[in-house]
Structure formats: structure tokens, C-alpha cells
Design a protein around this ligand. Sequence first.
Ligand code: GCB
Length: 889
Amino acid sequence: LRLKKIKTNQQKLVLLLLIVLIAVNCFGQKTGRSVINLNANWSFQKGNSSSVSMVNIPHTWNAFDTMDDVPGYYRGIGIYKKKLVLKPEWKAKKLFLYFEGANQETEVYLNGKKIGSHIGGYTAFRFPLENLKFNGTDEVSVKVDNSYNENIAPLTADFTFFGGIYRSVSLEVKEPIHFEDNQYASKGIYIHANQVTKASAEVIVNGNLINSFANTELTILSTLTDAAGKKINEVKFSTTANASKVVAFQLPKIQVSNPILWSPENPYLYQATTQLLDKTGKVLDEVKTPVGLRFFSFDVEKGFFLNGLPYKLIGASRHQDFAGLGSAVSKSLQVKDVELLKDMGGNFLRIAHYPQDQSVLDACDSLGILASVEIPIVNEITETEAFYNNCKTMQLEMIKQNYNHPSIIIWAYMNEVLLRMKFSNEPERKLKYLSNIEKLAQSLEDLTRKTDPTRYTMMSNHGDVNGYIKAGLVKIPMLVGWNLYQGWYGGKSEDFGPSLDKIHQQVPDKPLLVTEFGADVDPRIHAFTPLKFDKSLEYGMLYHQIYIKDILKRPFVVGAAVWNLADFGSETREETMPHVNNKGLMTLDRKPKNTFYLYKAYLNTKPFLKIGNGNWNLRGGVSAANVITQNLQVISNTDTVELFVNGKTLGKKKVIDKITNWNVPFRNGKNDIKAVSFVKGNRIEDLTSITFNLKPEIFNNLTVPFKTLNVLLGAQRQFVDEDNQEVWLPNQIYKEGSWGSIGGEAFKPKNTSRQSYGSDKNIISTLNDPIYQTQLIGLDSYQLDVPRGKYEITLYFAELAGTGASTLPYNLDSLIATNKEIPEQRIFDVYLNDKQIIKNINLAANYGAANAVQKKFECVVADDKGIRLMFKGIKGKPVLNALQVKTIN
Ligand code: GCB
């Protein structure tokens, strides 16, 4: 508005000059350095392919091939090239290329000459740009390789190793004398708070500078300001720096009295501005660092304390990828994840299994989320010096690059390192392997404590508690994390609490965190009798209801992180949503599941109420009447909830364990649902609309119009096909006047040590895998006593036999297992109302195993016998996975 008022040309000119002046000042004059984002317009070439495309960073070449039906994904070389636009005035400066992350081996070339290389996919690196031509032809080329390398962690893991320059790249322009960031690509300035109490605190600023100029006198000045920008205190240090020398410095302590302490409730950030000044007072370099003042400790019985107050660390672990993007995710989407965790009421983020984008930790700082960060040693190690050294370098990079974040309280370095035990059949060799793991753990522990004595250290183990104790791994870190899956990979959810008590007894001297727990939930799947591994939302709810209570009631459980905040890519996984691990509280595109709301009700103290339909706003059911009663949950942290269905109240209910269960009379079509609570006189409500597809139980007395019926055979779960807006119901056994199967048994996977429901195979050529993953074997017939009329019948088949025998908690071996399978010999015929419609079908031979096959037929029912499908085995037993019947007008 003010700008509009400036009318005269003269005024406009003055304004323009002012803007130019400000711009010139900002650009390198005041701070000594400028950082130019280089993300746009790189040419990209995959492997030896002749095709070159233009891409923007963040970029991965695996966003799509990790989600298709072809097993495996491209793990190889990608080459990125870009011409640098350089200003002549930079000739007198020092230029650097800064990569926030590229997976996983990178070589950088300038004008064809190699200027540096980096190992590891999850930490930053920086190379100086020298001998530049400054004539517009300077070209950077970056070779990135995500091939398997036995010397680089992770070797194997339950997540996809997306290749590419998937984090930002920038050009840094600095004075010849600047804070030296070149060691482990850190900021060059290390700040931490010391002696923090409610009465006072000290801020300690350490760092390095490099003088690539001449011998000169320099002053380092660090100014601490509060969140409003008001100066609190400043400290100075002057020195004579010799040319070509790196000078390490420690500034006098910055004293703060009556500090405002950083906490989840009040993530108060001071700021330290550290400047490098020459004799004349000119700023040669400047680094701004957010500073959070807090103190914390862990107690083996009483848990975690922050600023003297007890806190239960509770939240989730996080992977970095997102639907459709792979690992090439914008900073704003990454920050969103931390915001969602905060909204859930979490105060803890386990940044697993590798260091993530700076924006994630920045968000933790500013939102008050406590964090642990780890390097990606997962499942196993390689016993080579090269592997050990790469791990140590990663650990140093992680600590030095992230040192200044007040949110970080834990550095970790190994996840379930005994999971993929090598040399199981060679006892001597196995002992040697275990002792090498122990040595590596100890050296990483020592390195961490030496590099950063201000934080705790941690290792996350799987449930083999004795194994880790025997291997000497439990005594090494300061905290021990356990990844526990009772009620999922083994046992029942009720075993979780007792196993916590047992671990606490077995390891009485180490504070215990549950660094993982979770159950796969495919929000398209629902069950009224939830079963382990059915992937239903309802099983996930039961599982987490038990876990959260067991965690909250044990003070010795210092922290817990759900596995995982959101679903994530794991290319080798099959299951109901192939290539995705569905243990997230949100989907891959961050839609909260009911389990998210359960945690929100427990953890967020603001009054909260949510109708727990999840994505389930399309439901189905079978009824002989024109209404059907089904369970609906309302999730809330209030005392009582009142529910209204289609305008009528169902009364009030007391909330028990954050849930009220309702028997809702759904009518066919749209149902309006409203839940209401009062908190201290304030009304809160949630509204939703659920569309119900009522299916007739009896055909000769139709109370609701019959159009389609979708049935899953061998299943007790429901499936919602979101694209086609269709509900698939579990099969029933035939009763006269109704519909259902006659004979047959539900498919059960053979030779598998893991829990399963139906088949866990990726069904080729469909996204609706659950339609095909269950099956009736050896059925005699399928009968539908439909009225006279014209119908379309579709039969769904997939050969499920021979599901891979994976001995792992997750099916990393399934590819190998799949290849070894011998498809079952099964040949059969199908008759529709006595007419042969399928002859000699051999699913494995004709279509391949686990391939989605659909066969569509039309029929006219002209008598009272309805639709009869008869199955006749020629060799082996006939099967049917699903069926659809539609009326045709
Ligand atoms: C684990 C692993 C994690 C997996 C998870 C799972 O124990 O640490 O990487 O993703 O189990 O879902 O199986």
C-alpha cells in the first residue's frame, strides 16, 4: 500500500537506489560469504544410455522403477552436468561446491578434472573449485553411483537405496580468509551450551578458520541475541593468522543469565552470529547459528529429564521418501513431517536409519522435537578396514555437520546389527565376526564420546536380547534401543509389556528405549475380526492400543518411537502394497491413518475428537434388511462423546482408552456422521460422510437395489478399491436364496516361517493386490440365487502356490525365493450354468505365477436357478481368488 503512494519519478528513483544498495550490501558485503542455490537445470544421463534429459535437484533416478512390477531397480551410475554462471568479481574469492547429499558414491569433476569424491549417501560434502576459467564454459560434472559396495553401509536394509543427487547443491562464495568448513563439510563453527540451569548458562563457540591470503590480524566476534533480536552478550578473540594456515579457536564463554530454556512446550531459540573481522573491522565471514539452552539426562529407572523435568520421549521414526518422489523430496515436504509429528503430540523423532536433510533438524529445533540421529549400519557389517573407516567417517560427518542443533540428544550408529548373522554354520568364524562387530561398535562409541561429550550414545537392537548381551554390544552405548514386534513378527501384542519388564531385568544398568514397534496397516483393508498380518486398519489399532498403554505405564521406558511416522519405500517388500512398508502412522503421501489419531489422542493435550473412519468412507456389508449395523470408532481425549447418525443421536458414551465404539445403523448410500464432545463448556465436533454399499443377503426379497457384488475368496477382510470406488467383501458359505461358495479351503502359504495372511506376493499387473492375494482352493461351485435377468460375471485368478520361504522378519530374500519356486501343476475347467466357459486353464503355465488374471462372461438367467459356477479339476485343485457379479440392464 505504501509503495502505491510513491508517485513522483524522483521518489521512484530514490527507492530503486535504496533497493540496489540493500541488495549489494546483502550480497557478500556484510557477511563475507554468499550461497547460491544450484538446483536448477542439470543435464542427466543414466548409465551408458545415449539419452540426456534436463532435471532439477533434488533428483533420483529410482522414483518409478522401485514401484513397478519388475523386481529390482537401477543401481548404477548417473551423470549430472551443469555450466556455472560465475561473476567476474568472484575471481578474488574462494568458491566451493556444497552437496547436501547424493547416494551413494560421488565423484565431482570440474572442466574434466576430478576435484573430489565422497562415500556414503546420507551426509554432506564440499569441494573447492579452483582454476576456474570465468568465461562461461566452466562445467561441473558429477558421477553418482548407487551400486552395491561391500565397503559402504548400509549393505542390506528394509528400505530402498534411491540413487542420485537427491538433496540440494549450492555454490559457496567466500573470502580468502573464512571460517574453515572443509573438514567433514561442517559449518566451521561448533556451538554448544554448558552449565545450563534456570539461573544461568554459558554458550561455548569453537571453530576453525583458514587464511589463504597473507599474514594478518583477525578478530572473531560472536554475538548472542534473543529470539526478538535483542543483544544478550558478545565475546571476542583476536589473533594473528599466518598465511595458508588453519587456525582453531575457542571464544571466551558467552554468559547468559536467567536463560529461557528450550523445551518441547517452548522451543525458544537464541541466535549466535559469529563474525570474522579484519583489522579495519570489515566482515570477512559470518555464520548464524540457532542456539537452544537446555540440559538433559537419562535415568535407568525414572526415565528422561529435560531441564530438570521428567518427560517420556515419545514419537516416531522417520524415513525420508515420499509418494511418487522417492528420496528427492523438497525441504518443505520434509518440514511438514516434523509438523505432523508435533501435531500428533510427539516430542521425539528417531531419524532412522541415516542422517537426513538439514531442514528436518531445523524443524526439530524450532518445533521442540528431541531427536536422535544415526549412521546407516543396518543388519550386518563387512569385516574390512575400508568398511570400518567409512563408518567412522560417516559418524564424524554426522556429528560435525549436525553439532549445533539443540534438538539432538542422541547419536546412534548400529541398527539390528546381529539380524543377518553371517557364518551361522561355522562357530569359530562366527565368533570372530561377532568380535569384529564388537570392536567396530566400541571404536564408534569412543569416537562419538570424544567428538561430542555433550550427548548420549545409542544402539538399536532386535528382540534377541541375549544375543546382544553375549556379543558384548549392550554394555557399549550409553542407551540401548530395542526394536520390538510382539504381535507382529512373533507372539501376541500382549507379550510386549512383559518383555519390556524382562529386558529391564536383563539389562538393569542401561536406560531402555523402544526404538521401533509397529504393524503394517494398509488403509484400504478392514476387518471386523482382525487377524495378525491381515494388514487391516483394525488390527493396527488393536496393536497400538496395547503398546501405547504398556509404554506409558512404565517409567523405566525412557522413550519410544513408532515404526514408522509414514509408510516408506522398500523395493524388495511385496505384501498388499508391493514395494512399500506399511507400518506408517500415515500413508506414503502423508494421509493420517486411525493409528495416527490414536497417538494424537494420547499425546496431544489439546481437546481432540476424530471419527475413526480413516480413509474408510466407502463401506460395504451384507444384510437382509435395508440397514446394517457396523462398528465405528470415535477417537478422542475428551471424557464423553455423543454420536449422531443421519441426524439422530445414538446417545453419549464414556471414552475408554481414548476410544468409543459405536454400533452404527448404516443405510444404503450416504450417511452423515457427527461426533460431539464438550470440554469445559466448549463444544468440539467432527463430521464425516460414509457411503455405504449394502449388499443383499437374500435375492428373492430385495430390500435394496442390487447392482454389483464383489467377493474376496478365502478372506475375512474387506478391501476398498479406491480408484474404482468399489468395496470387496469377504466370501460367505452358500445358503439357499443367498450366495456363496460350496466346498474349498482358504489358501495358506506353505514353507514360510513368517506370519502371513493369504499370500504376500506381489501380484503382477494390478495395484489391487489384495483382490488376488487370498483364494479358495478346491471349491466345487459358487452359487448366486439372483433373480432373472442379465448379468456380467468376472472371475479373478492368480496362482499363489509356492510363496517364498523367508526366514527373516521382513522378506528381503523374497526375490531369491520367488526365482526358486516351482509353480504348482493346476489345470481346471469352469462351467457357468452348465456351459463350459473356461477349458484347461493352467494359471502358472499360461500366465505365470502371481499374475492377475481376469475372465469376464455374460449370462442370462431365465429360470429360478440363478448363477451356478462349477469348478472341475483336471490336474490338481481348481482355485478362485475373487469374483464380481454385475447386473446388466
Ligand atoms: C526392523 C528394522 C526396520 C524395518 C522394520 C520392519 O526391525 O529396523 O528397518 O523396516 O523392522 O518393518 O520390519
